[in-house]
Design a protein around this ligand. Structure first.
Ligand SMILES: O=c1ccn([C@@H]2O[C@H](COP(=O)(O)OP(=O)(O)O[C@H]3OC[C@@H](O)[C@H](O)[C@H]3O)[C@@H](O)[C@H]2O)c(=O)[nH]1
Length: 482
C-alpha cells in the first residue's frame, strides 16, 4: 500500500513536469491549460464545480446581516462578549415576546408558552414582593432577582416549591442573562435612610459596592442591556423624587422638576462619565477617586440616579428600539415594608406600636400623598401591559401633612401616641402630590384604597412582625376602635 502511494506520487510529479515547461508567452500557457483541462476530465469537473459554486453564492446571497439585528448606536454594554451570541439563538423566536427583534416568527405547535416569563429585580422587597404575588397569581413564571440589601426572603418564601417561581441572589450592578418576556426593574433602596447610607451605589446600582446612584445607573443599564438582547419589555420604577422640591403643585409628568443635583458635593456631573468609563474596572474594586467625589451626596444620589435611569431608558427606547415603560412612584406604604425602614409611615407605625413618640421632622407641615401598595401594583401591571411608554405618575392624590399623618396613626393605633419634633433633613421636599390625569385617561387607573383603610392592614403586619402573634390582640382592639 505504501509503495503504491509512493509510486503514484512519482507518477504525478512526472506528469506535472511534462505539462509545466516555462511558457514562452502567457497566451500559450492559457491555451495549454485549456487543452490540458480537455484531456484530463477530472480537472474539467473541478472547473465546472467552481463555476456552479460561484453562481450559487451570487444568486443566493449569504450575509451576516441576515443573522444580526439592526445596527444600533447603543452598545449592548456591560455583558460578557460571549453572551451577545445568545440573542441569535432560535428559542427566542418561540416566545411571544414584545421586542421588535423577536417579532414575526411563527410559533411552532407545542411550543406556545402558557404564561409570560417575567423577571422582577428587587422582587423580594416591599413593592416587588406584592407585584410577584400578583404575577404568580395570574399564572406567569416569575424570576426574582434580589441582593437582599433591603429585600427579605420572608416576603417571597410562600412561593418556594412552586415550579413557576425562581429566586436568584444577585446584585443588578453585575450583568445577568435571563430568557424573559418582561423585566420589572425595581431594584434600588427607596428609603432615604438606606440610600443615603451608600449614595455612590444608589446612583450606580450598576457598578459595585456603593448603593443608590450605582444601583440606579449601572443596574438600569444592565437590565436595559438584557431587555435589548432578549427582546423583553422593560419597566423602570422611577420616583416622584425626580421632581425634587417641586415648584409646581400638584406635579404633572411634563414638569421637569427642581432637584438639587449636588447635595453637599459638586461631583455629580463626573459620576456618569466615571461610571461608564470605569465600569469594568469597578467590578473588581471601586476607585478611591470615585468614592471621594461622591461621598458628600445627600438626596441627589437617589434623585439624580433615577433621573439618569429615565434618560438611559428613553435612550434605549429611541436608539435601540427597546420597548420601555416608566412609572414615577409616589410615597407608598403597606405590609412588608421594612420595620426600620426610616420612611415616615413605617416609622410612625412602628413607633406608635412600641409606645415610642412619633418623630416628626421639621415643623411637620410638609406634605406627601400616600398610596397603598396594591394600588401601585395594579398601576405597574397596567402600565406594563399597555401601549404607552410614559412616564406615568402612580400615586394617591390625597395629600397629608406629616402632622395629619401622625393623627391618622394615632386614630388607628393609639390615641395617646406622642409626637416629638426633630430637625428636618437637607433638601426635604416641602410638598408633593401627583396629578394622575394621564394614568386615569390612558391606563384607566386610579387608586382605590384610602389611607384610613390601608393603614390598619399595614399595622396588622407590623404588629405580627414586631411582637409576634401573641401580642396581636392589643393592636386589633385599637384598630377596631378606629
Ligand atoms: O420619622 C420620620 C420620617 C420622615 N419624616 C418626613 O416625612 C416625609 C416623607 O419622608 P419619607 O422618608 O417617608 O419619604 P420621602 O418623601 O422623603 O422620599 C420618598 O419619596 C418617594 C419614594 O420614591 C421614596 O420611597 C422615598 O425617597 C419627609 O418630609 C420627612 O422629613 C418625618 O417627619 N418623620
Amino acid at each position: 500500500m505504501g509503495s503504491e502511494l509512493i509510486y503514484r506520487g512519482h507518477e504525478t510529479q512526472t506528469q506535472a513536469d511534462a505539462y509545466s515547461p516555462k511558457p514562452p508567452k502567457p497566451w500559450l500557457s492559457i491555451t495549454r491549460a485549456i487543452r490540458y483541462m480537455l484531456r484530463e476530465k477530472r480537472l474539467v469537473f473541478v472547473f465546472v464545480g467552481i463555476v456552479i459554486a460561484t453562481l450559487v453564492f451570487v444568486l443566493l446571497p449569504f450575509s451576516p446581516a441576515h443573522y444580526s439585528h439592526k445596527h444600533h448606536p447603543i452598545p449592548d454594554s456591560y455583558f460578557p462578549s460571549d453572551s451577545t451570541q445568545l440573542s441569535h439563538r432560535p428559542f427566542y423566536d418561540h416566545r411571544g415576546g414584545f421586542g421588535a427583534a423577536n417579532s414575526g416568527g411563527k410559533i411552532p405547535l407545542g411550543l406556545k408558552r402558557k404564561g409570560l416569563r417575567i423577571v422582577v429585580t428587587g422582587g423580594a422587597g416591599f413593592v416587588g414582593s406584592h407585584l410577584v404575588d400578583r404575577l404568580m397569581g395570574r399564572g406567569d413564571s416569575v424570576i426574582v432577582v434580589d441582593n437582599f440589601f433591603t429585600g427579605r426572603k420572608e416576603n417571597v418564601m410562600h412561593h418556594f416549591g412552586n415550579p413557576k417561581f425562581e429566586l436568584i441572589r444577585h446584585d443588578v450592578v453585575e450583568p445577568l442573562l435571563l430568557e424573559v418576556d418582561q423585566i420589572y426593574h425595581l431594584a434600588c433602596p427607596a428609603s432615604p435612610v438606606h440610600y443615603k447610607f451608600n449614595p455612590v451605589k444608589t446612583i450606580i446600582s450598576f457598578f459595585s459596592d456603593s448603593i443608590p446612584f450605582w444601583t440606579n445607573v449601572v443596574g438600569t443599564l444592565n437590565m436595559l442591556g438584557l431587555a435589548k438582547r432578549v427582546g423583553a419589555r422593560f419597566l423602570l420604577t422611577s420616583t416622584s423624587e425626580v421632581y425634587g422640591d417641586p415648584l409646581q403643585h400638584p406635579q404633572v409628568e411634563t414638569y421637569w422638576g427642581n432637584v438639587n443635583p449636588i447635595g453637599e458635593s459638586d461631583s455629580r456631573f463626573f459620576i456618569p462619565f466615571l461610571l461608564v468609563l470605569r465600569y469594568r474596572k469597578m467590578t473588581t474594586g471601586l476607585p478611591p477617586l470615585l468614592v471621594f467625589l461622591t461621598s458628600g451626596g445627600v438626596r441627589s444620589c437617589y434623585d439624580e440616579g433615577k433621573r439618569t435611569a429615565e434618560t438611559l431608558t428613553m435612550d434605549y427606547h429611541r436608539g435601540a428600539g427597546v420597548e420601555v415603560r416608566i412609572a414615577r412612584i409616589f410615597n407608598t406604604y403597606g405590609p412588608r415594608m421594612c420595620i426600620d425602614d426610616g420612611r415616615v409611615v413605617s416609622n410612625f407605625v412602628a413607633q406608635a406600636l412600641r409606645k415610642e413618640p412619633m418623630t416628626v421632622y421639621g415643623d411637620g407641615k410638609q406634605t406627601r400623598s400616600f398610596q397603598y401598595v396594591s394600588d401601585l401594583v395594579e398601576g405597574l401591571i397596567r402600565l406594563m401591559e399597555g401601549e404607552h411608554v410614559g412616564p406615568f405618575n402612580l400615586g394617591n392624590p390625597g395629600e397629608f401633612t406629616m402632622l395629619e399623618l401622625a393623627q391618622v396613626v394615632q386614630e388607628t393605633i393609639d390615641p395617646n401616641a406622642k409626637i416629638e419634633f426633630r430637625p428636618n433633613t437637607e433638601d426635604d421636599p416641602h410638598k408633593r402630590k401627583p396629578d394622575i390625569s394621564k394614568a386615569k385617561d390612558l391606563l384607566g387607573w386610579e387608586p382605590k384604597v384610602a389611607l384610613r383603610k390601608g393603614l390598619p392592614l399595614m399595622v396588622s403586619d407590623f404588629q405580627q412582625r414586631i411582637f409576634g402573634d401573641h401580642e396581636e390582640g392589643s393592636a386589633v382592639s385599637n384598630m377596631s376602635s378606629s
